[in-house]
Write a protein that binds this ligand. Structure first.
Ligand SMILES: Cc1cc2nc3c(=O)[nH]c(=O)nc-3n(C[C@H](O)[C@H](O)[C@H](O)COP(=O)(O)OP(=O)(O)OC[C@H]3O[C@@H](n4cnc5c(N)ncnc54)[C@H](O)[C@@H]3O)c2cc1C
Length: 411
């Protein structure tokens, strides 16, 4: 291996804030909203030039259920607010009539509280909302290093068109989806062990309608998945008609390697392209409208936090709960999510939200989806506006604030 030694450099401290939110996916949007509403000066740093991450740029446009599948709503607060925001101008499909209008208990058992939204309208609505709250949006900017003193991040180093600069911070919320800030700060993180889910989703127009095509790809397919294409067997087929095919049986995608991500994305593009050409050959009015423009890797790197909840916590009381979630894959389960899953002792003023919180591999498939990402985003953003040492935070005070914001903490 060859190396180059880069010269030491002085980096300008170009800005300062109380709370820096790294990543503007669903978790980042929720965290920035919560921190700003709690009086913090917030800067949100986003690598792309659009908010929403996978939910918008990845065209993952199904806001999965806020309920337990048995008629009980579990997610309130910003988790519910964002669902409503996503369909401000109408749902693309699956409008949750039973929940937003007068649904009977039986209808709420039958139809889960979810909706399909338009990604473009959602991202524009989310941006407007954050601007109105006074959040500074720094697009096209990558968090690439941190400067630390006494286990505390004093500045976050970013790179964009202007080059490299530093932002002085009070606390940091890691919503990068891959625990990038924890990794850069040298905190303990964990990689997903099992086969990964990748994807290649696009919208197409035909017969006067725009529709979503969901291609699922897997690296190492699980025992339940044959090597060839398979229809999903999830029970709620109303929102899952994904076809899963194996991308490369002999290769594990970690989701945090630059070369690998390009390989996954180009493979996904080529599969999508073949499908588009085949569809066009059969129907000349078929037009691709928009393709996903962010890597669609389900699980990658997560934090190793104070607590690591597992599926065995189903319907159990969690004293430091910061909100709840159901299981999007099946009806019945309900989980109280612990505050301890959002932070670790290695860095005092760093907290996580979204896809990269501390959970077991099994639990990851439940907490990585849009609604729980919004729940943990609201909790982390609220906590970040309250303190700069998450081990010392009075959890009861955080819970009182979350309750006042409309979040339900316990079953
Ligand atoms: C194929 C697939 C299908 C899915 N289907 C659904 C579904 O139907 N419904 C559902 O609810 N969920 C679904 N999910 C899961 C869900 O979309 C995501 O897990 C969720 O949106 C993640 O939100 P997040 O904010 O934690 O992370 P992300 O959406 O990954 O957002 C992270 C953001 O951080 C930015 N970022 C990353 N690193 C940096 C950095 N170093 N500096 C600055 N910015 C950075 C990224 O650009 C991105 O905008 C699916 C996921 C996949 C892969």
């Amino acid at each position: 291996m060859r190396f180059v030694l880069e010269p030491e450099r002085k980096t300008t401290v170009a800005a300062s804030c109380d709370v820096l939110v790294a990543g503007g996916g669903i978790a980042g949007i929720a965290a920035a909203m919560a921190a700003a509403r709690n009086g913090a000066k917030v800067i949100l740093v986003e690598r792309e030039y659009t908010l929403g991450g996978m939910a918008t740029l990845g065209l993952v446009t199904i806001y999965l259920p806020l309920c337990d599948g048995e008629g009980k709503q579990l997610i309130y607060g910003i988790g519910e607010e964002l669902l409503k925001l996503s369909i401000t101008h109408g749902a693309e499909a699956m409008y949750p009539k039973a929940w937003l209008e007068s649904g009977t208990p039986e209808e709420r058992r039958q139809f889960r509280y979810l909706a399909q939204f338009n990604p473009h309208l959602f991202t524009l609505e989310a941006e407007k909302c954050l601007l109105e709250l006074g959040v500074t949006l720094l697009y096209g900017t990558l968090v690439c290093a941190v400067s630390m003193q006494d286990k505390t991040i004093s500045e976050v180093i970013v790179e964009n068109k202007s080059g490299r600069s530093a932002i002085e911070v009070g606390s940091v919320v890691d919503c990068t989806g891959d625990a990038d800030v924890f990794h850069l700060a040298g905190a303990k993180t964990v990689l997903h062990k099992n086969g990964n889910g990748l994807a290649s989703w696009y919208y197409y127009f035909t017969g006067g309608k725009v529709q979503l095509k969901m291609f699922g790809l897997a690296d190492v397919v699980t025992e339940k998945q044959p090597e060839t294409a398979k229809e999903s067997v999830r029970d709620d087929t109303q929102y899952n008609n994904e076809v899963v095919v194996s991308l490369d049986r002999n290769f594990r995608f970690s989701g945090v390697d630059g070369t690998e991500l390009s390989r996954a994305v180009t493979a996904a593009h080529q599969i999508m392209y073949k499908d588009i050409l085949e569809a066009k050959a059969a129907d000349e009015s078929y037009v691709p409208v928009t393709i996903s423009t962010i890597p669609l890797v389900r699980m990658s790197r997560r934090i190793a936090g104070e607590k690591t909840p597992d599926v065995t916590s189903d319907r159990k009381y969690v004293e430091d709960s910061i909100g709840m979630t159901g299981d999007w894959r099946k009806r019945g389960p309900a989980f109280e999510l612990p505050y301890g899953a959002l932070w670790g002792k290695d860095v005092k003023n760093l907290i996580a939200a979204g896809r990269n919180i501390s959970v077991t591999d099994e639990m990851w498939d439940i907490t990585r989806v849009i609604p729980p990402c919004a729940v943990t985003g609201e909790a982390a953003g609220t906590a970040a506006a309250m303190c700069a040492d998450f081990a010392l935070l009075d959890v009861k005070k955080l819970q009182d604030k979350l309750s006042a914001q409309g979040v339900k903490l316990h079953l």
